[in-house]
Design a protein around this ligand. Structure first.
Ligand SMILES: [Zn+2]
Length: 67
């Protein structure tokens, strides 16, 4: 049953495929205890989803003159 749940989550996340607003790279899903985090592979951008709070937190690590 657990495997099925993970597959469904994976399907959901691939459906909501997101891109880094800075370099357009596909965000990478990272596992966390209570949150679902997606990050730019180049570290520009990070979005945390807190399903239990129904909020999303966006973090930008982009510095001018980067990309
Ligand atoms: Zn990026």
């Amino acid at each position: 049953m657990k495997a099925v749940t993970i597959q469904m989550l994976h399907k959901l996340f691939s459906f909501f495929k997101e891109q880094c607003p800075h370099c357009k790279a596909e965000l990478v899903l990272t596992d966390d205890t209570m949150t679902c985090c997606k990050e730019c592979p180049h570290g520009h951008y990070r979005i945390e989803t807190h399903p239990h709070l129904d909020v999303q937190i966006e973090t930008h690590h982009y510095k001018d003159g980067g990309c």
